[in-house]
Structure formats: C-alpha cells, structure tokens
Design a protein around this ligand. Structure first.
Ligand code: BGC
Length: 561
C-alpha cells in the first residue's frame, strides 16, 4: 500500500441511506454498498467515506447515535459491515467511517441514565446539564441557538415530575452534547476508536470536529447575521454572492462553542491511538471554521491528517475568487505540512450541479425548495458543475466526491413537504427547506423499479422522473456523459499523479480564466461569458464541447503540457 495514501486520495462519500438498498425496505444498506463496490472501483476512487450506519433512531439521519459500536438494523449487521470492508479492501478501496463525538442520541444509554439520575450526578456530568435562569429556572441557561433552528437547550422533567434542569444540544433536541471535560467521555471515545480500528477501518471522518469543547462558563453569544448554519464560516455560505474568502480572525468573531483551543488536545490524543495501528489510519476533520489558517490547526503534524476545505466549497464560480482560495488553501495547509483537500458537494449542502449557478443568497443548511428564487436550468447548472469538477480534480491534494455527483445529479427542488425529513425543516416550521434535496436515493438503472436503487418499496425520499435519464446504466461507457468525464478525470489524475503535483499559475489569460500547470497537465477553466483561445497542447479532457481551439463559457479543459 502506498505511503501516505491520504495526501493524494480521491475519496468518495457514501450516504448509506441513499446509495443502494439490498433488502427492499426503501432505505440503503451495507449489503447494498457491497453489491455496488465494483462500480466504484471502475470509477477509479481510492477510498470511501461512509456517513453513519450505527444504531440510531434516525432523527438526524444517523448523526444521532444510540450505540457507537453496532450497526442499525436498517443498515444490516456487524457481519454485513465486515463483509463490506473485506470486499472493499479486496478491490483496493480504503474505508473511512463517520465518528460523531460532539453529541449522542437521546436514546443512548448514557443519556437515558442521565435523565433518570439526579442533578449533580455522575450520569448527568457526561452531558451539559445546567439549571435554568430566573426565579423558576424556566429561562434557558444561555442564549445559544441550535444549528437547526430554535433554542440550543431543552428542559427535562425530573424523576419526581417537577420541571428540572436544561441540557445543551447544538443540533436537534434529540442530540445532547457530551461534556468533553469529563474523562469518562474521553475514555469512551478511545474505546470506540479502537473498536473500529480493530475491525480494520482505515480512518474516521470526525463530525463537528470544531464543536466538542465549549468556552468556560458557557457565555451568551449572538452569531453575526451572515453566518452559515454551521455558524463558523463567515461569508454567505455558498450563496454565490461573496467573492472573497473571509479573512478576519478577530477574537470574538467566533462562537464560544466552535473551534475552542481545547479541541486540539483531544485530537492529539486520538492521533496517538491511531498511530498504534499499522497501515496509516486517518482522521479527517469536519471543522466549519475560518479563515483557512485556522482550519489548518486541525491538521498539524500530531493531530488529524485532513480537514475538509469548506472555504473551497463555498467559493463561487468566479476565477478571481477561485485563484484566491486555491492559493490560500495550498499555503495554509502547506504551512503545517498537510495536503489540501477539495470538495464541492456533500450531504449537508446544495448539490453543486445546482448551487454554483444559484443567483440568490442561500446560506448553508437552508436548502432549496419550490419557493426558492434564482434557480438555474438543469443544463446550465450541470455545465458549470462539470467545469468545476474538472478544475477540482486537477488540483494537488486529496479530493472528495459525493455520491451522485458523478451522474450530474442536481439538487431535488420539488420534494413534497410531507416527504421532508431534515430536522431543520421541522425546527424552523418549514422556513428552511434543509438538506433533503441532496440526499435523494441514487438512480442506477433507468428501466428498473426505483431506478435500481432497490428491488421494491418506495425509496425513503422520492426520486424525480427526470432522473431516469441520469441513471448510471444510461451513462456508463457513453462518451461525453458526466460519468465518463469523472472516470476519465480520475484515471488521468492518477496517471499524471496530479494529487502529488505542484500548481503553477499560468499568466497571459483573461481575468475570468483559471489557468495553471500541474506537472504534465495544463488546466484552463473559463468562468467568464466570452469564449477563450486555448493554448497549444493535445486535449486530454474537456468538461463540455469545445469550439475548435476555443474554450466556451463554463468549460474546463486539460491539455498535455
Ligand atoms: C453532519 C450533519 C449533521 C450534524 C450533526 C454535521 O455536520 O455532517 O449531517 O446533521 O453534523 O451531527
């Protein structure tokens, strides 16, 4: 196995609920993943990251974990997990799983024990229980708001039936936050890490890796009006409006629950656990903080290996903004000896086949629906998305691909209200659509029931009729299809070792063009309205049709240098 594989890896995110359903209950499962690993091997990725499949009441699609060391029956069994892992490894695909350490489910046995125990007990000390304010204790302990909307505190009823303490939940009320100052919590997560490392996983994507430690005293805080839902990222949250990445790093810009210094000690401790194991197991941080040098703290040499580059994800399709964020990324991560990562879509954001062309502000997490304004046509959105992907996959570092983007799937806008499941939708009374539109089950075969997602039964979110034409079997082997473009790009990326390359900007192009050389490949992306003359060199890949030697708008080309 290659040394430091994670520095250059193309990592494919599987959202298990929506990937492939083997047992026909309408929800994807581990056996479904196993059955489709051949397709991923053919695509040419190096690793998969699985969103949670652990025991969970699914109030937040599995990010509410009731048992960290077991598989939810909806997804299968531990034996199904072992079979999936073995099959992936046999195909040369590494497997990263999701670890959710900021909060558990309220169905976790520790939280149930905390509810049954008295204020001040050891059981309550694993979470953040506090007395309320005011003479009757009926005012929440501080003014923090949940990422999903509404207050971040819920009051419990004590065992004697009286109104009692409050507990903190930065997300849904079914997701109580752990108290990471408690050594018992720390020890439990070391145990969980070892449980999965012993089974052979190649690493962990760490959920809300910026949230575990809260400022002492839990002081009040009011987020700036323009913060995305994750609160840490300044700017517009993928609105397509802000052109410069956020650069301010003033103390006080940051919530007392995001990016506190104490989190780093936890990851140093975990790194030591991972380093006990052979085979380069990795930690990848989901840390929505800015600016980039602050994110880079998560990947200092004795901490995690990778951090998601949300500054890149949030950058609009604008050449100047792209050059700025690429430079800032390579510099910030390079300064700490880490690879940059690149990502355009995941299960929390509007799919980039739609997002990059939306003309109205749309903060992260708010989602899109029938009432949203400024939506692009399918064709315009896809064209730009393909150009953006072709640019991203040519950058040095590690790239993340979210399931379905290789098919060109757009965000699903017209989900019926009663199908929506994101807690954001419920906690805001329908004011924010939330993230269901990027989570719709995949189309595999145009002419099969549920487009081949599963053998029978309605998928947990309905698939739009237009997806028939986007099914994988309609695109496989078809020159010019989005699937073929991804496969070609991933193959060339490997062949030319672009992940391990060095980026050199090429001068002499229009301002609306991103042009660089990465080793033996020259990349030219046209974000402007006018066509651009191409430099010399054989075309290796084009994200759209070329007009002779000119590069049309919203098109990226790779040339042999
Ligand atoms: C995950 C979300 C989840 C939240 C709470 C994240 O950032 O990616 O899907 O809702 O954490 O666990």
């Amino acid at each position: 196995m290659t040394s430091e594989w994670w520095r250059t890896a193309a990592i494919y995110q599987i959202y298990p609920r929506s990937f492939a359903d083997a047992n026909g209950d309408g929800m994807g499962d581990l056996a479904g993943i196993t059955s489709r690993l051949g397709d991923l091997q053919e695509l040419g990725i190096d690793a998969i990251w699985l969103s949670p499949f652990f025991t969970s009441p699914q109030r937040d699609a599995g990010y509410d974990v009731a048992d960290y060391c077991d598989v939810d029956p909806r997804f299968g069994t531990l034996a199904d997990f072992d079979a999936m892992l073995a099959e992936a490894h046999a195909r040369g695909i590494r497997v990263i799983i999701d670890l959710v350490p900021n909060h558990s489910s309220d169905r976790h046995e520790w939280f149930q024990a905390a509810l049954a125990a008295a204020p001040g007990s050891a059981e309550r000390a694993r979470y953040l229980f506090r007395d309320g304010l005011g003479p009757d204790g009926d005012v929440p302990p501080n003014n923090w708001e949940s990422v999903f909307g509404g207050p971040a505190w819920t009051r419990v009823t004590e065992a004697d039936g009286t109104p009692g303490q409050w507990y903190l939940h930065l997300f849904d009320s079914s997701q109580p936050d752990f108290d990471w100052t408690n050594e018992e919590v720390r020890e439990e997560f070391r145990r969980i890490l070892r449980f999965w490392l012993d089974r052979g996983v190649d690493g962990f994507r760490v959920d809300v890796a910026h949230g575990l430690v809260k400022a002492e005293g839990l002081p009040d805080w009011t987020p700036p009006a323009d913060a995305g839902s994750m609160g840490g990222a300044g700017g517009t949250g993928a609105s397509g409006v802000t052109l410069e990445p956020e650069i301010s790093d003033e103390p006080g810009d940051h919530a007392p629950y995001w990016g506190q210094d104490g989190v780093h000690e936890i990851y140093r401790d975990w790194r030591a656990v991972l380093d006990e194991y052979p085979g380069e197991r990795i930690l990848a941080a989901e840390a929505w903080v800015d600016p980039l040098p602050r994110v880079a703290k998560w990947v200092r040499p004795d901490e995690m290996h990778q951090a998601f580059n949300f500054a890149y994800l949030e950058t609009p399709w604008d050449a100047a903004a792209l050059r700025t964020v690429i430079d800032a990324s390579l510099e910030a991560f390079g300064d700490v000896g880490a690879p940059s990562t690149w990502v355009l879509s995941n299960h929390d954001v509007v799919r980039h086949a739609t997002r990059l062309s939306v003309t109205e502000a749309n903060p992260q997490g708010h989602g899109l629906g029938p009432e949203s304004k400024g939506l692009p046509s399918f064709e315009a959105g896809l064209r730009r998305a393909r150009a953006a992907t072709a640019l991203m996959l040519a950058l040095p570092g590690s790239a993340y691909v979210y399931q379905g983007e290789e098919l060109g799937l757009p965000e699903v806008i017209h989900l019926p209200d009663d199908a929506r499941q994101d807690p954001t939708w419920f906690r805001t009374g329908g004011e924010r659509y939330g993230r269901d539109g990027c989570r719709v089950p995949l189309p595999w075969e145009a002419d099969a029931p549920n487009y081949g997602f599963g053998p029978a039964g309605d998928p947990w979110l309905p698939q739009p009729d237009e997806w028939r034409e986007l099914a994988r079997d309609r695109q496989r082997g078809v020159p010019g299809s989005t699937l073929s473009m991804y496969r070609l790009a991933l193959g060339l990326r490997r062949e030319h070792a672009l992940g391990a390359g060095t980026l050199e900007w090429l001068p002499g192009f229009d301002d609306a063009v991103v042009a660089f050389r990465n080793g033996s490949v020259v990349v030219v992306a046209n974000t402007g309205a006018s066509p651009v003359e191409l430099p010399a060199g054989d075309v290796l890949l084009a994200s759209g049709d070329l007009e002779g030697r000119t590069l049309p708008t919203d098109t990226t080309v790779w040339l042999r240098a």
